[in-house]
Design a binder for this molecule. Structure first.
Ligand code: BGC
Ligand code: BGC
Length: 464
C-alpha cells in the first residue's frame, strides 16, 4: 500500500475566473479574460466566465463540499479586478469581504486556505496601460499583494503569488491563444521578466504584513522536456531554458540563465532587466508549487516531415516557443485525455527528483494535477469516471516514488474541485472531480470524488 507522509497537505484547486461568475457584481471591474471571452471566435462555443460555476453565490454550498471531501487544504485564487477594479486606484470593499468570508468559511471547516494572487485575470485597465510587458504592472501587482496581505494575511496558510507565469507570458503575449491575445515575441519576454519581478516584489510586500507563519510560494507549470535521442540534447536545453529556467533562474537562483539570453538574442536584448531586479525576484520561498499534466518531447527540427507545435495548452495557432525554430515538438504516444494530452506520470517523478537535486533546500507541492474526460452522467445519477481515477492514482503513485527517492514533497491538489471554465476551451472540457450541470448548476460527486475522499481520509492509495 502506498502511504503518504503524516503532514502531507491534501487539497483541490480552482481559480477565480473559472468558477466565480458574478463578473459585474458588487463593484468588480473587467479583466483581460472578460475582454477575451467576449471577443467572437476566441473561446470555443462562444463561452465566457460570466456565470462560470456561480461559485460567488454558492460559496457555502461549495465549502460544504470541501468539508465532506475531507481535504485539509483548498487552493483558490483572488480576482484582482474584484478587489481593486482598475488594478490601481480605489479598493473595492465588497470584493475584499468575499475573500474574507471564503477564508473564514475554510477555517471554520478546518481547511487551510491556500491563496493564489494571480491566476491570469489582469485588470483590463492595466492591460490598456501596457500589461505585463510594462514594468509598472509588476509594481501594481506588489501593491495588490500588500493589500490582500493586510486584508486576510492573518488567516492564509500559504500564499502563491503567480499561477503559471509561462502561460501568462507566452500564451498571452506570444501565441495569443490566451488573454490578452497578443503575438509579440519581444513583449512576451518582457512579460516573463515583469512577472518574475512582480513575484519578488509581491513576496516582499506580503512578508511585511502577513502572519510570520504564512508560507510563501509560486506555482510554475514546469515542462519535463525529453529528447527523442541523445542527439537532441541541445534542443532539450533550449526548450528547458525558455520554459523552466526562465522562471527558476531569477526566482530561485537570482539570475537569468546565460544560454537563455543568448538563445533569444535575435528577439530582445533583455534591457528591460534593471540592476537589482534579479535579486528582487530571488526571495526565499517556503515551498515551490508545481503544476503537472504531461511531459514534453522534442527533437531537432530537420526541415522535413510535419512539424507540430505542442505546448500542452493550445491547439495550433501561433507558437509560444520563442526562438525555437530548430525545435520540433513531437506528439507522444497515448493514451490521451480529452485535451489531447498524453498520460505519462513518469515525467512527474523525474521532474520532482530534478527539482530536489537542483534546489535541495526548497520543498515542493503539487498545486495542480488532473485530467479532462468526457464524463457521462448515468441514468442512476452516477458518474463513472474510472479514467480520471486511474489518472489520479498513477500520478499520486509517481509522487510517492519521488518521495521515496528523497524529494521533499509537501502536498497535492487535484485540478479541479469541479468542472469549470476551461479558458479558450470553454465549458466543454471537464476537469472536475465534482460534476457541474450547466443548466441547473447542480453539483454531483463523480466516482473520482468518492475515491479522493478515501485517499485523503486515509492518507494512502487504495490497493489496485
Ligand atoms: C501534444 C503532446 C505534448 C503536449 C505537451 C500536446 O499538444 O500533442 O504530444 O506532450 O502537448 O507538450
Ligand atoms: C491552469 C488551470 C487550467 C488547467 C488545465 C493549468 O494550466 O492553471 O487554470 O484549467 O491547467 O488546462
Amino acid at each position: 500500500m502506498t502511504t503518504f507522509p503524516k503532514n502531507f497537505l491534501w487539497g483541490t484547486a480552482t481559480a477565480a475566473y473559472q468558477v466565480e461568475g458574478a463578473v459585474a457584481e458588487d463593484g468588480r471591474g473587467p479583466s483581460i479574460w472578460d475582454t477575451f471571452s467576449h471577443t467572437p471566435g476566441l473561446v470555443a462555443n462562444g463561452d465566457a466566465g460570466d456565470v462560470a460555476c456561480d461559485h460567488y453565490h454558492r460559496l457555502e454550498e461549495d465549502l460544504d463540499i470541501l468539508a465532506r471531501l475531507g481535504v485539509g487544504a483548498y487552493r483558490f485564487s483572488i480576482s484582482w479586478p474584484r478587489v481593486r477594479p482598475g488594478g490601481r486606484g480605489p479598493v473595492n470593499r465588497p470584493g475584499l469581504d468575499f475573500y474574507s468570508r471564503l477564508v473564514d468559511g475554510l477555517l471554520a471547516r478546518d481547511i487551510a486556505p491556500v491563496a493564489t494572487l494571480y491566476h491570469w485575470d489582469l485588470p483590463q485597465e492595466l492591460e490598456d496601460a501596457g500589461g505585463w510587458p510594462h514594468r509598472d504592472t509588476a509594481l501594481r501587482f506588489a501593491e495588490y499583494a500588500g493589500l490582500m496581505g493586510e486584508a486576510i494575511g492573518d488567516r492564509v496558510h500559504t500564499w502563491i503569488t503567480l499561477n503559471e507565469p509561462w502561460c501568462s507570458a507566452y500564451l498571452g503575449y506570444a501565441s495569443g491563444v490566451h488573454a490578452p491575445a497578443r503575438s509579440e515575441p519581444a513583449a512576451a519576454l518582457a512579460a516573463v521578466h515583469h512577472l518574475n519581478l512582480g513575484h519578488g516584489l509581491a513576496v516582499q510586500a506580503l512578508r511585511a504584513v502577513v502572519a510570520p507563519t504564512a508560507r510563501m510560494s509560486v506555482t510554475l507549470n514546469l515542462h519535463h522536456v525529453r529528447g527523442v535521442s541523445e542527439a537532441d540534447a541541445d534542443v532539450v536545453r533550449k526548450a528547458d531554458g525558455l520554459s523552466n529556467r526562465a522562471f527558476l533562474g531569477p526566482m530561485l537562483e537570482g539570475a537569468y540563465p546565460r544560454d537563455l539570453i543568448a538563445d533569444t538574442a535575435s528577439v530582445t536584448d533583455w534591457s528591460f532587466v534593471l540592476d537589482g531586479d534579479e535579486a528582487t525576484a530571488n526571495q526565499p520561498l517556503d515551498v515551490l508549487g508545481v503544476n503537472y499534466y504531461n511531459p514534453t518531447l522534442v527533437r531537432r527540427w530537420e526541415g522535413d516531415g510535419s512539424r507540430e507545435t505542442a505546448d500542452g495548452h493550445q491547439d495550433g495557432a501561433g507558437s509560444p516557443w520563442i526562438a525555437c525554430e530548430d525545435v520540433e515538438f513531437v506528439r507522444q504516444p497515448g493514451p490521451y485525455t480529452e485535451m489531447g494530452w498524453n498520460i505519462d506520470e513518469s515525467g512527474l517523478t523525474e521532474l520532482l527528483l530534478r527539482l530536489h537535486r537542483d534546489y535541495p533546500d526548497t520543498p515542493t507541492m503539487i498545486t495542480e494535477n488532473g485530467a479532462a474526460f468526457d464524463d457521462v452522467l448515468g441514468g442512476d445519477g452516477r458518474i463513472r469516471d474510472e479514467r480520471r481515477v486511474d489518472y489520479l492514482h498513477r500520478h499520486l503513485t509517481a509522487v510517492a516514488e519521488a518521495i521515496a527517492g528523497g524529494a521533499d514533497v509537501r502536498g497535492y491538489f487535484v485540478w479541479s474541485l469541479m468542472d469549470n471554465f476551461e479558458w479558450a476551451h470553454g465549458y466543454a472540457k471537464r476537469f472536475g472531480i465534482v460534476h457541474v450541470d450547466r443548466d441547473t448548476m447542480e453539483r454531483t460527486w463523480k466516482d473520482s470524488a468518492h475515491w479522493y475522499h478515501d485517499v485523503v481520509s486515509t492518507g494512502s492509495l487504495p490497493v489496485g
